[in-house]
Write a protein of this length. Structure first.
Length: 429
């Protein structure tokens, strides 16, 4: 028993699931920001002192503690709502992560307690997950905290933090699994779930359905019966099948499909989002490293930019800070031997940025910018716009900017810098 206890202590003394915890932080934070922003126009109606659940009636029922109980002032209401958005942003970015996690949980709990009549199952799991996430080091990756130098800590304190972190992660996974298990067993006792018709009636509820898409399912008896029994089987078997690596992958894929269908067919987007936000914890750090290695081998991109160009160097510095997946390598083609190594033409590299994919294909100009954006997560929202510009205008927009860029020639500084502004002819295509 002592040997087993020592092994458990050693296992718990090393922080695990750091990548997954960081991804959970980002996903839950994005959900909260979306939720706050979505309800800005109707915030007074839903939670305001004179809204559909007035402040005096809210306080009179002696609800669980909520920050909103402290004052019925409209100014206080606006301040707390704004504070919720600011803290949610800090939580998402990973700034002072443990503190912002605790504050975010408090403010989100307070908001949901202020009007519990508009919450759903996703809100319940989120409140519990955020409470457990206070114990977790959710800012280890993809955060502002990760950019700050680590403070030296005593070994015993690092061990305590690691134990708390791992315990918090296991509590979140256990809560998710128990939620599936309880709902699956509850469904199994229902007559409609037993005879395979439950999904038909679920999709016929007008308030929670996308009529045209839902009709494609409930009009097909095979889909109805299969999905009804499949839902119960998935929820009951979720926890046992997590214990095996390959069945765990199958459960993750099934869960993503399950909640995506809920979002698409029933319109419960925030519920599906909150549930799927916890899924990154189902993969270990080692599995994320393997996935990152596969992505780098398949999606690695070498970008050859003009190291003499002020615009290019500034852009590259910004892009490099956004490369959280480490998929892009930025190299100045002005460095000796770079063009020869990649077999590129110096004249074309001077006029347009070049990008070499893992397969050896060469992209240039706006095509290279699109390729870079596809590998930088924060730029994904603008990639479709860039691709549309490429289709409509070709490379003309890029060439127009490139011809006006400033090139700083090395060795031209003698107390001042001579900056050459070159007008380069446009390349065909």
């Amino acid at each position: 028993m002592r040997i087993l206890g020592a092994r458990v202590l050693v296992w718990f003394s090393q922080e695990r699931w750091l990548v997954g915890a960081s991804l959970v932080r980002i996903l839950l934070g994005m959900w909260a920001l979306y939720y706050y922003a979505l309800h800005v126009p109707v915030r007074h109606l839903l939670w305001g002192p004179a809204g559909i659940w007035p402040h005096d009636r809210f306080v009179g029922l002696q609800p669980p503690f909520s920050v909103w109980q402290l004052s019925p002032s409209p100014l206080f209401f606006e301040a707390v709502y704004l504070a919720g958005m600011v803290v949610a942003l800090s939580f998402t970015l990973g700034y002072r992560t443990r503190l912002s996690t605790a504050l975010h949980w408090l403010l989100l709990w307070s908001l949901q307690m202020r009007n519990p009549f508009i919450t759903d199952g996703g809100d319940n799991i989120m409140r519990l997950a955020l409470l457990f996430l206070v114990l977790v080091d959710a800012g280890a990756h993809f955060s502002l905290d990760a950019r700050r130098p680590d403070r030296p800590l005593p070994p015993w304190w690092r061990q305590v933090r690691a134990i708390a972190h791992n315990a918090g992660v296991l509590l979140i996974i256990a809560q998710l699994s128990l939620l599936y298990m309880s709902t699956g067993l509850y469904k199994a006792m229902g007559e409609m779930w037993q005879n395979g018709t439950a999904l038909y009636y679920v999709l016929r509820v007008d308030e929670f359905s996308w009529p045209r898409a839902a009709a494609l399912v409930y009009r097909n008896p095979y889909l109805v019966v299969g999905a009804t029994y499949g839902t119960v089987l998935f929820e009951i078997m979720f926890l046992p099948l997590l214990l095996n690596r390959w069945t765990r992958y199958a459960m993750i894929a099934a869960g993503v499909a399950f909640h995506s269908a809920i979002a698409a067919l029933m319109g419960l987007v925030t519920f599906a989002w909150s549930m799927l936000s916890l899924y990154p914890l189902l993969l270990t750090d080692g599995e994320y490293r393997q996935l990152a290695g596969w992505l780098r081998r398949r999606w690695h991109l070498v970008v050859l930019y003009d190291g003499w160009c002020l615009l290019c160097t500034r852009s590259v510095r910004r892009w490099a800070r956004c490369d959280i997946l480490s998929l892009v390598q930025f190299v100045s083609f002005r460095d000796p031997g770079v063009l020869e190594t990649h077999g590129l033409d110096a004249d074309r590299a001077t006029r347009r940025i070049q990008a070499v994919t893992a397969s050896g294909a060469v992209k240039e100009g706006l095509d290279a910018i699109v390729a870079i954006g596809g590998r930088l997560v924060v730029l994904w929202p603008v990639v479709p716009l860039l691709a549309a510009v490429r289709v409509v205008a070709g490379q003309r927009l890029y060439d127009m900017v490139a011809r006006r860029r400033r090139v700083l020639i090395p060795g031209a500084c003698e107390g001042h810098c001579a900056v050459a502004q070159r007008r380069l002819p446009e390349l065909p295509g």
